[in-house]
Design a protein around this ligand. Structure first.
Ligand SMILES: [Zn+2]
Ligand SMILES: [Zn+2]
Length: 352
């Protein structure tokens, strides 16, 4: 399997972003990403999918959309849609109808920023997901870099500070989102992804006039690392299918690459007859050996059905042998800029 680094969930001037698709491609090339997925609000922008090159570097740009009901009051329920091949924004007023349509169209759907708190100092309201009775979605956006920003700006001064020191923002996925994920995983497969929600907005506040969190900042922070069966071929349709299939299967993890590169993380299972990677199921019968490897020493935790069952403060790897069915996932934390911060969040291996 090949590991590629994907940054997803971002906005251009086609909705409320400050940059263009070409700005995104330039930033992605600069940051060494393999692919980006652009998701403007309620519009499926045509004409920008493809490979963008600079010297011998290339990046694949894919285009999905972020859909929500613009007439709903209060505003809630943002959904990321990839690979549906058609604009489904007209179905936004009923989340279940929308989710069913995405599935019927062969697309993927991820509940965006499940917990997204209000930031009254900036007139930003709470736009969490509230319609949890829905089914038929692929997964949730476990870590959204912008929702997290809203948790650290009780005043305009805090906003100003973080505009200049954005590296101090990211701590981990919002704890309620992690809890919600474990709760959902008890009953169904739910893929976790990480999104930047990058807008590259020019902001004026007193003497401040700057682009807040430019694309090339976000592209070095919360990424989704995806495992595809073969190296990217250069053919847009083939590579797009490969990436979307891997995301749908949960063959991915969320990495906070700013504190240290997360490339090289692995979480696998070896059973009596079969092997599994993140997102896969494996039979418990005969015993299963779960193994996680980190690219650097870090605090590592193995979680089964929402409970930490094994941990180490500083280790390069973790091994656990079990015959117990359950949903197993891995988290890693590192100290960075004076604080313990989330570093790696794997998708689960489902031992059945
Ligand atoms: Zn949103
Ligand atoms: Zn967004």
């Amino acid at each position: 399997m090949e590991e590629i680094i994907v940054n997803l969930h971002m906005h251009t001037r086609y909705s409320d972003g400050g940059g263009s698709h070409h700005d995104i491609a330039d930033a992605a090339l600069k940051c060494g990403l393999d692919a980006v997925i652009v998701t403007d609000h309620n519009v499926l922008v045509q004409g920008f999918e493809g490979y963008y090159k600079n010297g011998n570097r290339k990046v694949l740009m894919l285009v999905g959309q972020e859909i929500h009901d613009q007439d709903r009051d209060p505003q809630k329920n943002h959904l990321l849609v990839f690979g549906a091949g058609q604009d489904l924004a007209t179905l936004a007023d009923d989340p279940q109808t929308l989710l069913n349509a995405v599935k019927d169209a062969g697309g993927l759907s991820f509940i965006a920023h499940p917990n997204d708190p209000a930031a009254p100092a900036f007139n930003e309201t709470d736009i969490s997901w509230v319609d949890w009775s829905v089914s038929n979605y692929t997964g949730i956006e476990l870590w959204n870099a912008l929702s997290e920003f809203k948790t650290v700006i009780p005043t305009k001064l805090h906003g100003l500070f973080h505009a200049y020191f954005p590296a101090l923002i990211a701590r981990s996925p919002i704890p309620n989102t992690l809890r919600k994920w474990d709760e959902l995983l008890a009953n169904e497969r739910v893929v976790g992804i990480g999104g930047s929600d990058s807008h590259a907005i020019r902001y004026h506040l007193g003497p401040l006039n700057k682009i807040i969190f430019p694309y090339d900042f976000h592209f070095r922070t919360v990424n989704t690392h995806v495992f595809i069966p073969n190296a990217l071929s250069g053919n847009v349709e083939t590579d797009k299918r490969m990436i979307y299939d891997a995301l749908a299967a949960g063959h991915c993890f969320v990495g906070y690459d700013l504190s240290a590169q997360t490339r090289g993380f692995r979480f696998t299972a070896q059973g009596r007859e079969t092997a599994a990677v993140m997102g896969d199921e494996i039979p418990a019968r005969g015993g299963v050996t779960l193994q996680a490897h980190l690219p650097f020493m870090a605090e590592i935790r193995l979680i089964k059905d929402g409970q930490v069952i094994q941990s180490a403060k500083k280790a390069p790897a973790l091994t656990h042998i079990t015959t117990e069915p359950g949903v197993y996932r891995v988290e890693a934390y590192r100290k960075f800029l004076g604080r313990r911060r989330g570093w790696i969040f794997s998708n689960p291996i489902y031992v059945r």
